[in-house]
Design a protein around this ligand. Structure first.
Ligand code: PRP
Ligand code: URA
Length: 222
């Protein structure tokens, strides 16, 4: 990223369809996630917890349909989520986030997608794809903790769109202004939910202050 101009936080804060958490519990957990002394086991647990909080925020506008049930006393009309919900964890780092999502929506379908960022060119490359043939969802959430250059997220949304998914949201933990702007410009029709917006990318494409490598920290591969 050396010499590449990057937008400031202020320049991207007003982008449409971008939702940044303001929840105090999120801020509390983020500090533990960023701390370099947090162990891998704790880190993975925290990613799951943040995933559940983000899922709660990102599902606030899902469509419902009426659903008749019998309480122990009488028949009544309740609601259920209309249509299926899909979660696409972008491997590897998206795995913990997806698990947190599943705490909130246990019957969501999980569509694994493997994308690996080349550390030199910063381009993402697809290496695994378990998207099903039959696609019948209300919404699919592409989940990945880090939105750095935006390349992985843009590719993931492209792949979901090619599958015919009409409604897609991206859910991440930390975004850099650069990646957030790129994703928003490439896919202005999706909602983007993040826990925090950081300052910038360093010369090597890492988010600062950030939390380091989200995949390595979850799985202990240093
Ligand atoms: C990390 C991260 C994102 C990507 C973000 O994954 O989890 O997928 O980099 O970078 P970008 O916005 O510049 O594309 P990585 O490719 O390192 O794979 P991993 O999850 O297996 O560690
Ligand atoms: N991927 C990560 O895991 N961390 C970063 O800061 C950037 C990309």
């Amino acid at each position: 990223m050396q010499g590449v101009p990057q937008p400031t936080r202020e320049e991207v804060l007003k982008l449409p369809r971008v939702h940044i958490s303001t929840h105090p519990v999120m801020a509390h957990k983020m500090t533990a996630l960023r701390n370099k002394h947090t162990s891998s086991a704790e880190f993975y647990q925290l990613v799951k917890e943040v995933g559940a909080l983000l899922a709660y925020e990102a599902t606030a506008h899902l469509a419902l349909e009426p659903w008749e049930i019998d309480t122990p006393l009488e028949r009544t009309t309740g609601y259920r989520l209309a249509g299926g919900i899909g979660i696409t964890p972008i491997l590897r780092a998206g795995l913990g986030l997806a698990e947190g999502f599943r705490e909130v929506i246990p019957d969501a379908q999980v569509w694994h997608l493997g994308l690996k960022r080349d550390e030199r060119t910063l381009q993402a490359m697809e290496y695994y794809n378990q998207l099903p043939h039959k696609v019948d969802l209300q919404i699919c959430y592409a989940v990945d903790p880090m939105l750095a250059t935006g390349g992985s997220a843009i590719d993931a949304v492209n792949i979901l769109k090619r599958k015919g998914i009409k409604r897609i949201s991206y859910v991440g933990i930390i975004a850099a202004p650069y990646g957030l702007l790129k994703l928003s410009q490439a896919h202005p029709d999706i909602d983007i939910y993040i826990a925090v917006l950081d300052e910038k990318l360093n010369d090597y494409g890492y988010i600062v202050p950030g939390l380091g490598d989200a995949g390595d920290r979850q799985f202990g591969t240093f």
